[in-house]
Write a protein that binds this ligand. Sequence first.
Ligand code: DQA
Length: 139
Amino acid sequence: MKVLVLNGPNLGTLGRREPEVYGTKTLADLEKVLNNRARELGVELGFRQSNHEGQLIDWIESEPSDAIIVNPGALSHYSLALADALRGSGKPVVEVHISNVFRREPERHRMVTATAAKGVISGLGFDGYLAALDYLART
Ligand code: DQA
């Protein structure tokens, strides 16, 4: 089984970006933690980050995988194009947010891409990605 992990805009600066919201660990740290768990689970992992909506859509359309974990960053709140691509993939999708978006500004409560997800995890930090991976590996 192969799981594609996609991170959207501004997630490449994790560790430096608003550490009081997102913590001090970097995207490379996240990749390491997920790779370790994937190895334990016998799952193959694809790990990508882009600041560009179209690039994320291209990966959804072209990267072979059985399931997708996505943190679309701010695109979560308005990108119908990304929602369409995720829905169109026909794959199980789990959307993850490091912060609890429902405890934040009202603009972040509108969840557009989540309409294409099987489930959403918000506010558990990197553990949210691990929970998503565990879940997808079982399905
Ligand atoms: C985020 C939450 C979004 O509202 C924000 O724009 C991000 C990160 C999160 O992981 O908590 O870039 O997706």
